[in-house]
Structures are given as structure tokens and as C-alpha cells.
Design a protein around this ligand. Structure first.
Ligand SMILES: Cc1ncc(COP(=O)(O)O)c(C=O)c1O
Length: 445
């Protein structure tokens, strides 16, 4: 078949409609394509060589900056040594080494890791592990999940059901039953409050209401992002996660932290569980596990979950009928191990923690701009919400496009610009990003 509707981009690369782009207005994109051609450290470049500052670490994926030699070399070496390992009833040493490495970063007692390849897979896996755990404990009625409004847990059907971002849900009806939602954690009193909001901990009692409505004996797990990322950075109120932990423990419900964005230094520690001092039963992670270089995700579970599921099998058979062709892929493991070396050698999480106060203070200097409705942030992730005009999200979309033209890449959701710079950022990079934001926000029509 011939290329349908080839379109000349500004760098003369013909683009066709064969590719269906994810989470993108395809028609608008093809009319005005935004193409990256290369990337190095904290910048992307277009085909003309124009530098675009990466204000979102790609898609929260790349804290160590782009084009890291160490990762490229590890991937190259592994491809030549063993490109693929059949993963069911076979394994390779690299995935064990990585699991051990991750267990060292994770809070106790999360010492066991199941590998998958995307954040969405990790969320699916966490849900299935939760069900398997309760069955092994002879509580098979626990199949429901509690999630939250404005959550994002990926785009598989189960993640779509857990998610609370309306556009991601409404087009698909109710594909997975037994998922109920708590309210989100944003309250008007929190507007422009720097750091963790001091009001709103009581919103965790929504879990108690859902327990009273559905019966704890029917609920498998409560799944939350410690900081809700994709919805535009909602920081948990002081005491909120602690209260969820307490309720889950009291009622035999597993607490799952979806740390696909928060994991690997984004909130100052290895995981947000450590930043907020609350230990869940399960943590999902992806994105920065390989610095974004190779798709990979993982689900960490407690000793108790692992032992319960493994020990419940009656004979030497498979204990958990779940897995992916790409689980523990050797090349992804090599990329992840090289990534973890970079994080440790360059003390990147500490570096992000040290830069965070400056980053957040500078963001708050934008509060005087009339377009700005709210500024929220924690660690090295923040959201700037602007006053909408017309349809919700239209102005945010315009802002994002304009910023790209001006040389700043960031992720926007609705009318919120989400900032999550690489942890290799220097203060000058923060200043440049804030300058570009100030100009773009001031110019918003
Ligand atoms: C918290 C969270 N969970 C799950 C996902 C899904 O990850 P993926 O796009 O790799 O499937 C994302 C993606 O942004 C996420 O932010």
C-alpha cells in the first residue's frame, strides 16, 4: 500500500498516517509535527540542531539525563552476550542481580521483585498478586480494588478501571468491575501551599466509608500513587498516607503504592514510601528503572506476600500463573543495573534532594502571574495549574505547544504543566526553565 497522506515536516522528513500515535491528537500532530531527533544530557534536539530543555525527564523516565554511555555499553554488551532468555522455567543471572539490587533500595520488608515491561503491566501484576495472596490466605472473596479520583495507573484495562482521570475512562465504559474510588486529595485550601499540604488527611477516611459500604472481606487492595503524577502533581496531605496504612492494616487490605513516577529519587529518596515514611505491601515501579533506555517494570512485594503465595502451592508446581515474555529481559536487566550504578555513583537521589528547595522556590516565584491558578510540588516533581479558558485543557495544550517552540519540553495534563526535571539539572537549568515558563505564561492569551 502507498503511504497515505505523506506530510512534509519542517526538516523534510515525510510522515504518513501509518503510525497511530498514543495519547496524541493525531490530526493536529501530522499538521504540525513535533519531532525530536536526538538527545543528550538535559536536552533534546530537533533535526536542525535546536536544543529543547527537557523539563519532564522525557516522561519521568530519565533522571540521569539522556545518552548515557554506560547504559548504551551495557546494552550493547548484553545483546552480544545473550540477546534474549526464555523466561518461563529458565532464567539468567542478571535478573537475580537486579532483584537483589532493587531489594537493597526498597524499604523492608519488600524484598521480592517480579519483573514486567511497562508500568501498566506492573499495575496488572500487582492486582493479580493481591488476589493470589488473599486466595492463598483462604480469603478468596477479596477481589475488589480501591483507587482514587484523578489517579493514573496506566492504560491496560485494569489500569483504566483504577484510573480516575475522566478522559482516560469515559471512552471505555467500565471494563473491569469491582473497582471503587476515593476522592482525590486536592482541596481549595491547599492552593499555592508550598510542600506537603497541611489540610486534607481526613480524605483518607474515604477508604473507611468504602470498607463500610462494600465490606473489608471483599477488598483486596487499595492502590494509590504517593504523589499523583500524571493528573498534575497532587502531593499527599500530611498524615494522609499514614492513615491509609493504618486502615489497610486494620482491615486486612493490601496497600499498593504505584511508584511508576515516584520511584528512583523523584521524591528525594529511592522510593516515595521512604520519603513519606509509610511502607506499603506492594510497590510498582517502571520508567526510571532503566533511565528510560529500555522498557522495563517491576513489582516489589513484602516477605509475607511472597512466602504466602509461594508456600501455598500444594506441590512443586507453578505457584503464580502469571508472567510476560519480556519479564526479566536480559537487555533490560543490563540497562537497569548500569542505571542503578549511575544513580549510586553520582549520588543522584541526594543531588535531587539538594536541588529540590531551589526548584520549588523558583517555581513559586511564578505565582504572581495572572494565568497561574495553583503551584504544587514535592521533591523534584511539580505542577503549575493555569486558569482554563474555553474547554478544559485547551489553554494547557496551547501552553505546552508554545513552550516547545520556545525550547522547553514538558508534559501537560489538562491545564496543568508537569515539571520533573532530570536529577542532573543544575541551578542554571532551573533558572532557564523558569524563565521560559514565565515568558510563556505571561504571553498566554
Ligand atoms: C503512576 C503510573 N502508573 C502506571 C503508569 C503506566 O506506565 P506505562 O505507560 O509504562 O504503561 C504510569 C505512566 O505514566 C504512571 O504514571
Amino acid at each position: 500500500m502507498s503511504a497515505a497522506n505523506p506530510i512534509e515536516t519542517r526538516d523534510s522528513t515525510p510522515l504518513g498516517t501509518q503510525q497511530w500515535l498514543p495519547f496524541t491528537p493525531n490530526r493536529e500532530f501530522l499538521a504540525d509535527p513535533k519531532l525530536f531527533a536526538s538527545a543528550s544530557r538535559q536536552h533534546y534536539y530537533d533535526a536542525s540542531g535546536r536544543a529543547i530543555l527537557d523539563g519532564s525527564s522525557g516522561l519521568f523516565t530519565t533522571p540521569a539525563g539522556h545518552g548515557r554511555q554506560e547504559i548504551a555499553q551495557a546494552v550493547y554488551d548484553q545483546l552480544l552476550k545473550m540477546d534474549f532468555c526464555a523466561g518461563f522455567t529458565r532464567a539468567h543471572a542478571g535478573s537475580f542481580a537486579l532483584a537483589e539490587r532493587l531489594a537493597g533500595l526498597l524499604p523492608e520488608p519488600l524484598n521480592h521483585v517480579f519483573f514486567a515491561s511497562s508500568g501498566s503491566d506492573a499495575v496488572d501484576t500487582a492486582m493479580k498478586i493481591s488476589i493470589a495472596y488473599h486466595r492463598a490466605r483462604r480469603e478468596p472473596s477479596r477481589t475488589m480494588f480501591v483507587s482514587r479520583e484523578r489517579a493514573y495507573h496506566g492504560s491496560n484495562l485494569s489500569g483504566t478501571a483504577l484510573s480516575g482521570m475522566v478522559n482516560n475512562r469515559r471512552a471505555f465504559g467500565n471494563p473491569v468491575s469491582g473497582v471503587v474510588h476515593m476522592r482525590h486529595t486536592w482541596l481549595p485550601e491547599q492552593r499555592m501551599q508550598p510542600g506537603q499540604p497541611t489540610v486534607g488527611a481526613e480524605l483518607a477516611d474515604d477508604l473507611l466509608r468504602l470498607i463500610q459500604l462494600h465490606g473489608a472481606e471483599n477488598i483486596a487492595a487499595c492502590v494509590v500513587e504517593p504523589v499523583a503524577g500524571s493528573t498534575g502533581t497532587l502531593v499527599p496531605p500530611v498524615g494522609y498516607l499514614d492513615r491509609l496504612r493504618e486502615l489497610c492494616t486494620t482491615h486486612g487490605i493490601l496497600l499498593v503504592f504505584d511508584e511508576v513516577i515516584c520511584g528512583f529519587g523523584r521524591t528525594g529518596e529511592s522510593f516515595a514510601a521512604q520519603s513519606f515514611g509509610v511502607t506499603p505491601d506492594i510497590i510498582t515501579m517502571a520508567k526510571a528503572i532503566t533511565n528510560g533506555a529500555i522498557p522495563m517494570s517491576a513489582v516489589a512485594v513484602s516477605d509475607e506476600i511472597y512466602r504466602t503465595v509461594i508456600d501455598s502451592a500444594v506441590d512443586d508446581g507453578i505457584e503464580f500463573f502469571h508472567g510476560y515474555t519480556w519479564s526479566g529481559h536480559p537487555v533490560a536487566c543490563a540497562a537497569a543495573l548500569a542505571t542503578q550504578d549511575i544513580y549510586a555513583n553520582e549520588r543522584l537521589f541526594e543531588r535531587g534532594r539538594a536541588l529540590s528547595p531551589y526548584f520549588l522556590n523558583q517555581l513559586h516565584t511564578l505565582a504572581d502571574l495572572p494565568a497561574v491558578f495553583d503551584i504544587r510540588g514535592y521533591g523534584m516533581i511539580a505542577g503549575i495549574e493555569i486558569h482554563p479558558d474555553g474547554k478544559p485543557g485547551q489553554r494547557g495544550h496551547r501552553l505546552q505547544k508554545h513552550l516547545f517552540e520556545q525550547g522547553l519540553h514538558l508534559k501537560a495534563t489538562g491545564d496543568t504543566a508537569i515539571l520533573a526535571p532530570p536529577l542532573i539539572f543544575e541551578r542554571e537549568d532551573v533558572d532557564r526553565m523558569i524563565g521560559l515558563l514565565r515568558d510563556a505564561l505571561a504571553a498566554l492569551d
